[in-house]
Every structure is written in C-alpha cells, then in structure tokens.
Design a protein around this ligand. Structure first.
Ligand SMILES: NC(=O)c1ccc[n+]([C@@H]2O[C@H](COP(=O)([O-])OP(=O)(O)OC[C@H]3O[C@@H](n4cnc5c(N)ncnc54)[C@H](OP(=O)(O)O)[C@@H]3O)[C@@H](O)[C@H]2O)c1
Length: 239
C-alpha cells in the first residue's frame, strides 16, 4: 500500500457527506487535502469539521476555470476524488419523467467528466482518480432509471479512463444507502424512513459516510487496483 503522508488529495464535492468524510480520513492519514463544493453553508460546516487539517474552497464541478484554479492552488494532484452530485436525482418511473428530468440526471456524468478532464495536466503519473457511483447502477429497481443509467455510465467511463489513462489508476466506489445530507429532504422521519429503505438489505441499516470513505482510501492507496468497482453498500445489490 502506498502512504498518503504528504500526498495531495483533491476532493470535488468534498464539503459534505462522503466527500467530507474522505477529506477527514485522508488528512488524518497525513495527506494535504483540498475539499471543494458550491454552497457557503456546506463549506462553513466543512471548515468547522476540518479544524485546520485541510483546505476548503469554492468550486462547481461544471466550472472548468474554478476547477483549474483549485488544482493549481493545490500544486498538482496525487489523488483526485469526485463525489459531487452535479445533477438532478429524479426518482420516478421512466415514463413519468419529463425528457428534461431524465437528461438533467446526466449532470453528474458531465461534472465528473469535467473534473477529470481538467485534472489531466495536474495529475501525477503514479496518482489515482476515484469517482463515486451508486448501487442503482447495478441494482435495478422501479423508479430509479435516471440514477441507474447515470450510475452505469459513470462506471463505464471509469473503465474507459482506467484503460486510456494508465498508469494513472481510475476506480469507482459504489455506495448503497448512506446517511448523508442527500437525505435531508426526509425531514423529521429521517431515521424511520432510512430504516424502512434498508430493511430488506443484508445489513439492515444505512451506511455511514466514514464507511464509504474507507473504500475510497483503499482504492487511492492500493497501487495494484485500477478499473475496479468497490461496493460499500451493506449488500444492497444482492438483496
Ligand atoms: N448518500 C447515498 O445514499 C448515496 C448513494 C449512492 C450514491 N451516492 C453518491 O455519492 C456521492 C456523494 O453523495 P453524498 O451522499 O455524500 O451527498 P452529500 O452529503 O449531499 O454531499 C455532496 C457533496 O457534493 C457537493 N456538490 C454537489 N453538487 C456539486 C457541484 N455541482 N459541484 C461541486 N460540488 C457539488 C456538495 O456541496 P454543495 O452542494 O455545496 O456544492 C457536497 O459537498 C454522490 O455522487 C451521490 O450520488 C450517495
């Protein structure tokens, strides 16, 4: 395993949830970490969580100039991670979605593609890229066609990049249901509804962002892993 000590880790979508947990874990392992996101609210929480252990910056994954400024300030990249949702999450049967809703889901793919494309001149040859997909990519359920199609595209993009960008390693971490800000819309019933959503999974609870971050650090550090999908999903795709 390579050591993260002194390595530069840039996390697009690193100001909340899985990205923030990854920023904390990488910084704890000795990395120089830059975590970026759009909203001041998330950035303020991330700055408070960082306690000076990592840098927090503003960047939208759809803004190439902001990404380039971030990568430049980081002074090169050993490990790039993107967790930025970047698109709409429409949970409806395909025929009940508008064409615009279905297309808007692909914002995630375009954001990931931009984060990677802009990073190329900054990436170390022995570095890595990790993109976060999600279990709907391979666990097909009614009402999730937008998430499934985008997740599948992200996973295929990663395999293409792994082949084309070697020796840079490119991997996917695929979470199941994880208790993050993504579920803030559940409101006061949050715990009950997350429990109901995960009752049929092999591990009957929502995962934590820290559990997913551990998967991200694994693919970052292991020099023999590329083009791989690491599922951190409590067995969701088997249930
Ligand atoms: N939580 C789950 O159950 C779950 C399951 C499967 C897959 N995933 C995937 O895992 C990834 C991380 O999700 P999460 O649960 O950690 O979500 P989260 O807690 O909502 O965090 C998302 C992070 O991405 C940032 N972000 C969103 N849009 C962005 C944009 N356009 N440009 C830059 N940053 C952006 C957010 O900050 P700002 O909003 O301030 O920009 C925040 O820092 C996503 O790709 C998500 O689809 C999550």
């Amino acid at each position: 395993m390579s050591d993260l000590n002194g390595k530069t880790v840039v996390i697009v979508g690193g100001t909340a949830g899985i990205g923030l947990a990854t920023a904390k874990a990488a910084a704890a392992a000795g990395a120089r970490v830059w975590a970026a996101g759009r909203s001041e609210a998330h950035r303020d929480k991330a700055i408070a969580a960082a306690q000076g252990a990592f840098e927090v910056r503003e960047a939208d994954t759809h803004d190439a100039e902001a990404l380039a400024a971030l990568y430049r300030e980081a002074g090169g990249i050993d490990h790039l991670v993107s967790c930025a949702i970047g698109g709409e999450r429409t949970l409806k049967p395909f025929l009940q979605q508008t064409e615009q809703q279905f297309q808007a889901a692909y914002g995630k793919l375009w954001g990931y593609a931009k984060a990677v494309r802009v990073s190329a001149p900054f990436l170390a040859d022995d570095g890595s890229i990790t993109l976060v997909s999600g279990s709907p990519a391979r666990k097909i359920k009614p009402g999730q066609s937008a998430l499934s199609c985008v997740g599948g595209s992200v996973e295929n993009l990663v395999r293409c990049l792994a082949v084309e960008m070697a020796p840079v390693r490119v991997n996917i971490v695929s979470p199941g249901t994880i208790d993050t800000a993504m579920f803030d819309w559940l409101g006061d019933d949050r715990n009950d509804r997350l429990n109901a959503m995960t009752a049929g999974h092999l591990i009957k609870r929502a995962g934590t962002p820290e559990e997913v971050a551990e998967g991200i650090l694994f693919v970052m550090k292991n020099r023999f892993v590329t083009g791989t999908t690491v599922d951190v999903d409590g067995g969701r795709i088997l249930s």
